[in-house]
Design a protein. Sequence first.
Lengths: 203, 224
Amino acid sequence: MTFEEIGKRFGNRSVLAGVSGQLRPGVVLVVTGPNGAGKSTLLNILSGLIPPSRGVVSYQDGGSELPRERWFSVLGVVAPDMAMYEELSALENLRLFTRLRGLPSSDASLASLLSELGLAPREHHRPVAMYSSGMKQRVKLAQAIVHAPPVLLLDEPSSNLDAAGHELVAALLARQRASTAIAVATNDPREIAWGDEEIELAG
Amino acid sequence: MLAEALAVLAKELRSELRSRVALNAILLFALTTLVAVAYQIGPYRIHEEDRPHLLAALLWIILFFAATSGLARVFVKEEDAHTAKTLRLAARAGAVFAGKFAFNVVLLGTLEIVVVPLFCVLLGYRVAGPSNLVLLLAAGTVALAAVATMVAAIISRASGSGTLFAVLTVPLALPLLVMLIQGTRAAAGSAELAAVLPALRGIVSLAGVTLVSSVFLFPVVWHD
């Protein structure tokens, strides 16, 4: 995925100006900058959720450009302003997201993914509303990778997680990085350390 | 697309059965209004010649305003609970609209199954053509659900979305309500299909126009 000269204005306020870069497998791109610098806005633009005021984002799939309406099929996203369905259990949430993406999946494989991310089996069937914020973050991570997307956009991925959770995310990224293009928006020094390349946004 | 839409519908049904927020809102509104109307008017306080007109109007007023108290939730709750972004990234717009529309049809259908028989009993409403009334209710459910789902999508990100939903839905649904009332009045007076056919045609046309325009409009609203 490449993005060139991305700019974004909200009314008279310019949030991003001329940001360019590339996401490719094997390289973790870290986006840093003070609060309000536009880290989350940049990730929202890269995921196609909001249009840039100027500049271009393009996804390449085997040499041809992927149409915007198909971006979601190659994307896994974690962000603080995303939530899971609280009336549903973690397993039901994952089942929903695999069905929405038209993927076959067994409950055993979904449960195994949740366990990998540190959710004990007894928690899999409880409604997400009963989870702590750290447990909810683990379910969010699971929904982002359940379809094995080739592009991962992670906005503060280990927020709300304890030290063990942070280690889990680090291990997850280490496993995914060879086959996945990854961008991480963060100000956490531990997450910045995962990066191979960095874009520092001015405040 | 059908499997995705069914997944959205199943999610809506499961969430609603566990929270019962929309169901409680519309049923409580409908039953309160129905009891108040039945208590004040009852089966005998309207002249015989006025009954078909007034009772048809009262039935649809109760159904419509009860429905407006719950149908907007399909999209408003996604924004309020911050799940809209997750859903936008996972599902195609068409599947989201189809699933939410189907859920509103189920919700409205449930409301009618409870309210219409009670209305007939409490207000002594005799319908000469019950099958015609069922046809009208079915067509009206589809049309009202289509209008409500599209308006709910438009207003979901606005502040004061509840008020905005009623303000936008009433003018859009008014021609539909007029046809539904006329059709219901005709169904009460005659068992012939021909009696309700003009209203039925109008309702089906309106539902069709709303659904077709939603197919083009919804992806823009959903991703904007």
